[in-house]
Design a protein around this ligand. Structure first.
Ligand code: CA
Ligand code: CA
Length: 70
């Protein structure tokens, strides 16, 4: 189990609507803010890579696990 507290602040920034999950749309908006204009398809692919329980969104636990792995 990864230490979620280390990633909670970053997670909250990405979770624009504060529903506790990062969606593909939120990820796309983040990348745009960082100067990387990715497509909806790419954002969905990235979410799927991090989405270990398959609900289509990234929870804090999934985010922390992914970031901890590198
Ligand atoms: Ca959200
Ligand atoms: Ca998930």
């Amino acid at each position: 189990m990864a230490d979620t507290s280390a990633y909670a602040a970053t997670f909250e920034i990405v979770d624009a609507n504060k529903d506790g999950h990062i969606s593909a749309t939120e990820l796309k908006q983040l990348m745009k803010a960082l100067g990387e204009d990715i497509t909806e398809e790419t954002a969905t692919e990235v979410v799927q890579r991090m989405d270990s329980n398959g609900d289509g969104e990234i929870s804090l636990a999934e985010f922390a696990t992914y970031m901890a792995k590198g």
